[in-house]
Design a protein around this ligand. Structure first.
Ligand SMILES: *[C@@H]1O[C@H](CO)[C@@H](O)[C@H](O)[C@H]1NC(C)=O
Ligand SMILES: *[C@@H]1O[C@H](CO)[C@@H](O)[C@H](O)[C@H]1NC(C)=O
Ligand SMILES: *[C@@H]1O[C@H](CO)[C@@H](O)[C@H](O)[C@H]1NC(C)=O
Length: 484
């Protein structure tokens, strides 16, 4: 028990780590919206070829205007769609081709990073059937005829420079945050959830790890309000049950077992695999119960950063569509970023990959999510992958409906705000929702990947629903796997 608890805490720590290391680009919606020139290579017809190794001839030019909220228009008037992926990059679908690239950035030194939001690093394109793969580079341009030489330069585009905090932070009083006093304070302030003291968390090693994990005060972003539900969504949501749980639909459980991500910021891969697993169980009435391999994603995906983080949209969605995922038995979990083994074990299981036929942010694009859209998707199609902010009070969660009172944070003079960048410093899977009879409080039921010792029901937690608590209603996505 003791060691498993310590392990759980290390997991929490590791997930924070990803804030430091998804790509350091920090580009906003407004940075990306506008006219782009994509310079594309001739098709390479090999989806395994890397696009980031330079020295490629970009022979084709495609002009695309990215409009509000998610409309893409090309030079010939063809209309498609696009979405920002958090602050990291964007995906465009136009003329039956998909384009995805991360925004460009440069590490000036250990701590200084510049985002070049008006251009991308080399990305990937292919048609909607997965054929004719190519690489491309995107640049913002001034007009539909700009030659590549007239790309918008940094002089026309505000360069965003920020300082990454050194990993080691001073003055974080974690022993207070995790102390009986703090836990008592949380428990006395509200009745909705119970905190507990985990003595193991105060051990030196863990504290040190947490310090190392919590950098980057400068990446705090304000939390946007979710977009209002449309009339259609509200109408549809009214027809849904008061409560719902994929672990118990008329007595049947469609959710795969809780797992443990270990000392690796791979929560995004676990949440992604968990969604695909549950949705295959649902599609096959539990006759197929695959467990998919997060390690293969950690080692092999170019759409994420291994143990340093990633996003459900790019894994359960894009990676599973473009490359497929394999079963755990084929590529077992190791909890560190290893070299991609392309010629896996030649067992039968490894021959077969599972693909997603479609994927999307709920509402259609990043920024369009709301509670109604989430409940509709959940009940209709299965569990949904979400991101949310883990604050340090979450570490003490034992049971009840979690909500974060920023009071706990500011009250103690912590030298540097611990971690609050982001809606997605942790990725998890929503499997249901309900309402507490006594308090009338609405909640989500969420599957975590910190092992079965943590939280309630062997690895789950409840979190307040309907208020975008910790950003949990801001970046939900769904992907539909094709059962084999
Ligand atoms: C990222 O961008 C947001 C919005 O422009 C800004 O508030 C935030 O400070 C930026 N973070 C860093 C680290 O530059
Ligand atoms: C689905 O599985 C349940 C439980 O095994 C079974 O009772 C039911 O008949 C199955 N439904 C269909 C349509 O096969
Ligand atoms: C191959 O598969 C077996 C059984 O599934 C597993 O024990 C072994 O670790 C795998 N080998 C590699 C190199 O992944």
């Amino acid at each position: 028990m003791k060691s498993s608890l310590i392990i759980s805490f290390i997991f929490m720590v590791c997930c924070w780590r990803q804030i430091i290391a998804d790509t350091p680009a920090n580009c906003t919606y407004e940075d990306i919206r506008g006219l782009w020139l994509f310079e594309e290579s001739t098709p390479i017809n090999d989806r395994t070829e890397k696009c980031d190794n330079g020295r490629r001839e970009y022979t084709k030019k495609i002009y695309v205007r990215l409009d509000f909220p998610n409309t893409a228009v090309d030079k010939f008037g063809n209309v498609g769609t696009w979405t920002l992926i958090y602050n990291q990059g964007f995906e465009v679908i136009i003329n039956y081709r998909k384009y995805f690239a991360f925004s460009a950035y440069e590490r000036k030194s250990n701590s200084k990073v510049i985002s070049y939001c008006h251009k991308t690093i080399p990305g990937w394109s292919h048609d909607l059937l997965g054929n004719n793969w190519a690489c491309y580079i995107g640049h913002k341009v001034n007009d539909w005829n700009s030659s590549p030489l007239q790309k918008i330069g940094s002089e026309q585009f505000p360069i965003k420079e920020h300082i990454e905090q050194p990993l080691y932070l001073k003055n974080i009083d974690l022993s207070h945050a995790l102390s009986q006093k703090h836990v008592d304070h949380i428990n006395s302030k509200q009745k909705s959830w119970k905190a507990t003291v985990y003595p193991e968390m105060q051990s030196k090693t863990v504290e040190h790890l947490i310090k190392m994990a919590g950098g980057e005060k400068s990446r705090i972003m304000s939390r946007p309000k979710p977009i209002r539900a449309t009339e259609q969504q509200r109408h549809e949501a009214r027809g849904l049950p008061e409560s719902f749980d994929w672990r118990n639909v008329d007595g049947i459980n469609y959710v795969s077992p809780v797992r443990n991500q270990g000392n690796c910021g791979s929560c995004y891969a676990f949440a992604s695999m968990a969604m695909l697993e549950a949705r295959i169980r649902i599609a096959t009435n539990n006759t197929a119960k695959p467990v998919f391999s997060p390690q293969e994603v950690v080692d092999c995906s170019e759409y994420s950063q291994g143990c340093d983080g990633g996003f459900g949209y790019l894994i359960a969605g894009k990676y599973a569509q473009d490359f497929g995922v394999v079963e755990e038995s084929c590529y077992p979990y190791k909890a560190y970023t290893g070299k991609c083994k392309l010629d896996y074990n030649t067992t039968a299981k490894c021959q077969q990959r599972t693909y997603t036929i479609k994927y999307n942010y709920l509402g259609g694009y990043f920024g369009a999510c709301n509670e109604e859209a989430m409940r509709i998707e959940l009940v209709k199609n299965g569990p949904i992958a979400v991101g949310f902010e883990v604050y340090k009070d979450f570490m003490t969660y034992r049971r009840g409906i979690y909500s974060h009172d920023s009071d706990y944070e500011t009250e103690q003079k912590v030298g540097v705000e611990f971690n609050p960048f982001v809606l997605t410093n942790h990725a998890v899977l929503i499997v249901g929702y309900g309402r507490d009879e006594k308090s009338g409080e609405n909640y989500w039921i969420v599957k975590n990947s910190w092992g079965e010792q943590w939280g309630i029901d062997g690895g789950y937690f409840l979190i307040r629903r309907g208020t975008n608590e910790c950003g949990i209603e801001s970046i939900a996505m769904a992907a539909t796997p094709i059962p084999n």
